[in-house]
Design a protein around this ligand. Structure first.
Ligand code: G3H
Ligand code: 13P
Ligand code: ZN
Length: 313
């Protein structure tokens, strides 16, 4: 099976009340850690690449690694551009074999966001085979691709805009802001995590059957935070989205749940622990191997306990 776009994945996920995990990839251990879990649980998956990941690892390396993952697993895998900042970046990724792209115009004015998103959609949909496009309305707090959005500048998605945006742009899915944020510090210490399910419900009412995307959806898993801190890290105040809220979102219109920070934490925890316990080791395969095993464990946990995508490949 070749790389797939997200169309069929999302159709089935919406109907089945589950979500597809969209995991950020930057190197081989991360790709392998994720797809080993998906293979074991027979789950479809989206592997996504940010602009800065593409700068770090280079397009061809990432593309070939994901192609190898498809060949090794036989699973439905989409290769997606995360937070595409311009038409040109989206075009480069489409021309270079990505099967799905996000154009993130959420920091622009509404009309500018519509214009650039429509331009990407026209290019992506004319491509053979059809490339799916994710747009975004509303702005999440946190750090993404070197752009930092202060929490007071973040704003929830306005449900009154979604129908107009989707109709005028032709996007295949829509990322919305309901209180999640990027990074490992999503809520202040003592603050009660909350998501605006009322906004999600209003969006669903206006866009029946349409796939919604949740960014900034790491749970910042406490066990890995504890391990990182035990071995010299400084993540004491890290706090993420409670898993029951993600399950609720997945049972509603949310068909794609984005996770990066949990993978970073798991990898870092594995490496820190290994090097602290075996300081004599200097073989990267040993400590990176432990990081990779942690990633597999995290992704298995997400598939079984949060996404509900096991046996949906
Ligand atoms: O939403 C952003 C992702 O976590 C990617 O982060 O731009 O540092 O690769 P990055
Ligand atoms: P987290 O930082 O919560 O993992 O979010 C990742 C994300 O939204 C990637 O686009
Ligand atoms: Zn994101």
């Amino acid at each position: 099976m070749p790389l797939v776009n997200t169309k069929e994945m999302f159709r089935k996920a919406y109907e089945g009340g589950y979500a597809i995990g969209a995991f950020n990839v930057n190197n081989m251990e991360i790709v392998q850690g994720i797809v080993d879990a998906c293979k074991e649980l027979n789950s479809p998956v989206i592997l996504q690449v940010s602009g800065s990941a593409r700068k770090y690892a280079h397009h061809a390396y990432l593309y070939k690694m994901v192609e190898a993952a498809v060949e090794e697993t036989g699973l439905p895998i989409a290769l997606h551009l995360d937070h595409g900042a311009s038409f040109e970046l989206c075009k480069d990724c489409i021309d270079g074999g990505f099967t799905s792209v996000m154009i993130d115009g959420s920091h622009l004015s509404y009309e500018e966001n519509v214009a650039v998103t429509k331009k990407v959609v026209e290019y992506a949909h004319a491509h053979q085979p059809y490339v799916t496009v994710e747009g975004e309305l509303g702005q999440l707090a946190g750090i993404e691709d070197e752009v930092s959005v202060e929490s007071d500048k973040a704003n929830y998605t306005d449900p009154d805009q979604v129908q107009d945006f989707v109709t005028r742009t032709g996007v295949d899915s829509l990322a919305i802001a309901i209180g999640t944020s990027h990074g490992a510090f999503k809520f202040k210490p003592g603050q009660k995590p909350q998501l605006r399910f009322d906004i999600l419900q209003e969006v669903m009412d206006r866009l029946p059957g349409f796939p919604i995307v949740l960014h900034g959806a790491s749970s910042v898993m406490p066990d890995y935070v504890a391990t990182v801190n035990r071995f010299g890290g400084k993540m004491a105040d890290a706090i993420g989205i409670p898993e029951d809220m993600l399950r609720q979102a997945a049972s509603m219109a949310v068909c794609k749940i984005n996770v990066d920070s949990d993978l970073r934490l798991a990898l870092t925890a594995g490496i820190r622990k290994h090097l602290a316990e075996k300081p004599e080791d200097f073989d990267p395969r040993k400590y990176l191997g432990d990081g990779r095993d942690n990633i597999t464990a995290v992704v298995k946990h997400k598939i079984e306990s949060v996404l509900g995508s096991a046996n949906k490949a």
